[in-house]
Every structure is written in structure tokens, then in C-alpha cells.
Design a protein around this ligand. Structure first.
Ligand code: ADP
Ligand code: MG
Length: 306
């Protein structure tokens, strides 16, 4: 799906880098530095969905957290709507928090078990939005309806909902403050395959209806292809290839992308065979594929000397 994109990027990162200092090894005692995100540059345009794809440990979540400024970058620039935000203080970031929201992988963990759905979704409205309780209930109901839930869910606790319903609540909460950007970090990875398809279709629909911009993180190219206009392939902290999904699927340039593409039944996908069927197949085939990906160094251990 392609949504018309504006001229100036909503998000632009330039040479973004995040190093984590790790404790020294027990043999040498020398501290190590892990290059989780390494000189990444990318743009996300208003109304666009950019997919960040790569296997576990390659730095996708760290990149998403940097863009949201939940982490401080080691180096590089982050421009939000043309404004440099990489060095802003917490207080300066507050007004921006309304505009950027996040949906995490595991909805049951990301929702407070002690709160009812109505309070979970109302929380940002009360704390950041300054909306009174009587108004917020109406707004919460509207948000729940937007994600396919209703009044019957208002007074339930997360443990009384299915995984898919919990993720809908998390999406409703993320939409509460009318953000322009959603960072979706593996939003369907913890869900059953059939539920994954429903949530992905909901996300596609919401983007169209609300004109949202997505940074969509996933280890699964099939999922990313379904939701995103452009794809950036991440490997060991770097973006190794990016472009329109169709082009990457037709002619993957980097060996890692080729290996990732081997993980989904691409011929079926290109012929437009039911997407859900492809997803089931890709899940079945996954373990063999991960073994076939060439790793110059063990993934997730991109340690360099201090
Ligand atoms: N706070 C942290 N401290 C140290 N290492 C971290 C921290 N957060 C992430 N890492 C490491 O950074 C690398 C990238 O992690 P992450 O961004 O979560 O990858 P992905 O989301 O692609 O699975 C991993 O090796 C992970 O162990
Ligand atoms: Mg992650």
C-alpha cells in the first residue's frame, strides 16, 4: 500500500550511533563496547510506513528507542519535523511526546495488570492531555471503537482479554493523544498467526484513515511487506539496504537481504496468494532459515575494543 508522501521527512536520522558499555570479561577484565546502532541514516516521510527489518539483536529496538528519544544517542542527529531533537533535555522533549507514540511487542506486559481498559487508555489523556475524567470516558470509547473494541471492554482488566484484544488496547492508548508518528516494535510477534493478520490489517487501515506515519520494526519480511511502503534492512547495527518493498523483493542487493528473503515463500507472495497462507508457511520454515544466514561475527555480539 502506498500513501502519498510529503517532501520534507517527518523523521530524519543522520549517522545515528548508540554504543553500550559492557562490563569487562572475566578473563581480561577489559570493558567492551557494543555497537548496537552504528552510523545509521534514514528518512521517514509524513504518511509513510518505513519497515526496519532484521534478525534478533541487530539493533532494531535500540534504533526505535533512539528515534523516540527514550535513549540518548552516542552520536548523530535526529530531526523530527525539521527540528534537531538528539540533544534535547527531558523537559524539552515533553511537548514532542504527544506526537510520537510506541506500541510494543508484548501487549500483556506493556499494559498495567492493575488497571481497567478505560483507565489504561485514559492515562495519557489525563496525564499529558489534561482532559477531565467525564470527557475522557467518551474519548476512550471513541478510541476503543477505532481499534475494533467497544463499551463492553471498558471495565475489563488485561488478563480478561485475548492477546489480540490487548494489542488493540495498546494501539488505542498510543492513539489517545493524536500522534503523528507511531513506532511499532514487533507489534504482532507475540500473537497467533490468525490474530497477527487482523492486527496488521487494523494498522494498515488506521494509517490510511488517520494519516499516520509508521516506523515499523519486525524480524519478519513478510509482515513488513504487508504494512510498509519502504523497507530498510538492518544487520549488525547498520542499514545494509533500503528501498521500496517491491524493489527489494524483486532484486535484493545485499547477501543478508537475500538470505532473509529465503525465509518467506516469495514466489507465492509475488503471485498474490493469500497473505495469511504465506505467513503460516514462513513460520514453519523459519528455524532452517536462521541457520542459513551467513554471519561474519556472531549476531548481537558486535563488540569492539574500547
Ligand atoms: N541497555 C542495554 N545495555 C547493553 N546492551 C544492550 C542494551 N539494549 C540493547 N542491548 C544490546 O544491543 C543489541 C541490539 O539490541 P536490540 O536493539 O534490542 O536488537 P533487536 O531489537 O534487533 O533484537 C543486542 O546485542 C542487545 O543485547
Ligand atoms: Mg527488538
Amino acid at each position: 500500500m502506498t500513501v502519498s508522501r510529503s517532501e520534507a521527512p517527518l523523521i530524519e536520522v543522520r549517522s545515528l550511533t548508540k554504543h553500550f558499555r559492557l562490563p569487562g570479561g572475566w578473563l581480561t577484565g577489559k570493558r567492551r563496547v557494543l555497537h548496537a546502532v552504528d552510523d545509521v541514516s534514514l528518512q521517514v516521510y509524513t504518511g509513510e510506513a518505513l519497515g526496519i527489518v532484521g534478525e534478533s539483536g541487530c539493533g532494531k529496538t535500540t534504533l526505535g528507542r533512539l528515534v523516540l528519544r527514550l535513549l540518548d544517542p552516542t552520536a548523530g542527529q535526529i530531526l523530527f519535523d525539521g527540528r534537531e531533537i538528539a540533544k534535547l533535555k527531558k523537559s524539552e522533549l515533553l511537548p514532542l511526546r504527544r506526537q510520537m507514540q510506541v506500541v510494543f511487542q508484548n501487549p500483556q506486559q506493556s499494559l498495567s495488570a492493575r488497571l481497567r481498559v478505560a483507565d489504561i487508555v485514559a492515562e495519557p489523556l489525563r496525564t499529558v492531555g489534561g482532559i477531565a475524567d467525564d470527557q475522557s470516558r467518551r474519548r476512550v470509547l471513541g478510541l476503543l471503537e477505532q481499534v475494533g473494541l467497544g463499551a463492553q471492554h471498558l471495565d475489563r482488566y488485561p488478563h480478561e482479554l485475548s492477546g489480540g484484544q490487548c494489542q488493540r488496547v495498546a494501539i488505542a492508548r498510543a492513539l489517545a493523544l493524536d500522534p503523528v508518528l507511531l513506532v511499532l516494535d514487533e507489534p504482532t510477534s507475540a500473537l497467533d498467526v490468525s490474530v497477527q493478520a487482523q492486527i496488521l490489517n487494523l494498522l494498515v487501515d488506521l494509517r490510511q484513515r488517520l494519516g499516520l506515519t509508521y516506523l515499523f520494526i519486525s524480524h519478519d519480511l513478510g509482515v513488513v511487506e504487508h504494512v510498509c511502503d519502504r523497507i530498510a534492512v538492518m544487520y549488525l547495527g547498520k542499514i545494509v539496504e533500503s528501498g521500496p518493498g517491491k524493489e527489494i523483493f524483486a532484486a535484493p542487493g545485499h547477501p543478508y537481504t537475500q538470505a532473509l528473503l529465503g525465509a518467506i515463500p516469495s514466489q507465492m507472495s509475488r503471485r498474490g496468494v493469500n497473505w495469511l497462507c504465506c505467513r503460516v508457511m514462513s513460520q514453519v520454515r523459519q528455524p532452517a532459515i536462521w541457520l542459513s544466514i551467513p554471519h561474519p561475527v556472531p549476531v548481537g555480539t558486535g563488540y569492539l575494543p574500547d
